[in-house]
Design a protein around this ligand. Structure first.
Ligand code: PXP
Length: 239
């Protein structure tokens, strides 16, 4: 079974545009789970422009599924928050300060020593670790040497090529990277720009994928289709 973790950052973006607590991110997390999501993802950034550190603490007690926190561990504030909140999974992303959204995976060869050290900090606290990786065999092989439990394949390239009509070319590097991850005993997640058009094909070609985390497209779809219906539609792509 492939789990759907709903990234609720965009609820926070909308809320922050007006101040106050509408829409509530705690309610967004409660409802995601009520409507069938298998997990909730948040990505607090150092500037707290969408999910705040307080949000992460507020959401933790209402999680009945799986809580995944994404972020860059070079920020000590982020490491401290994750160790305090103890989510089921932390996803380490090498994004720069102020970056619009994550746009590349780790160089698992160049940053091997750093990753080995930081991953052990989270694993020693009983938190499963996933690291964001581009679909490149060498990077997957490098990831396997860091001690990470899982990798999350960065799927923006897949989504872009799929949208241009070239789905075989789009999926090929992901199947190769996912196959290598399986051979090496790594768990497998995926995320970024997955949507109702491209998700089923991704799952059909990589059926062993453990989890996808989806935010932007899912929240956009929810505006037209309703939150509950949208989550059910995404779940159906993963059957
Ligand atoms: N995975 C990671 C590491 C991310 O940074 C993001 C965006 O916050 C996602 C998945 C979800 O991407 P999207 O919002 O495009 O579904």
């Amino acid at each position: 079974m492939t789990k759907l973790s709903v990234n609720i950052n965009k609820f926070a973006t909308l809320r922050n545009s007006r101040g106050g607590d509408n829409p509530s991110v705690v309610k967004a997390a409660i409802d995601a789970q009520k409507f069938g999501a298998d997990g909730v993802t948040v990505h607090p950034r150092p500037d707290e422009r969408h999910i705040t550190y307080k949000d992460v603490r507020d959401i933790r007690p209402i999680i009945t599924t799986e809580f995944n926190i994404e972020g860059n561990p070079t920020e000590q504030k982020f490491v401290d928050l994750v160790l305090e909140v103890k989510p089921h999974q932390v996803t380490l992303v090498p994004d720069a300060l102020g970056q619009l959204t994550s746009d590349h995976g780790w160089d698992t060869i160049k940053h091997k020593e750093y990753l080995v050290n930081i991953i052990s900090v989270f694993k020693n606290a009983g938190i499963r670790v996933s690291i964001f990786v581009d679909p490149i065999i060498g990077m997957v092989e490098g990831a396997a040497l860091t001690g990470t439990d899982r990798i999350e394949l960065y799927t923006e390239g897949y989504a872009r090529k799929f949208a241009s009509g070239n789905k075989e070319d789009a999926i090929a590097p992901y199947v190769a990277a996912a196959t290598k991850a399986k051979e090496l005993g790594l768990g497998l997640n995926a995320g970024h720009d997955l949507d109702l058009q491209n998700l089923a094909y991704f799952k059909q070609n990589i059926p062993w994928i453990d989890e996808v985390s989806i935010g932007h497209a899912l929240v956009c779809d929810a505006l037209y289709l309703g939150y509950e219906n949208t989550i059910q539609l995404y779940k159906r792509q993963l059957l």
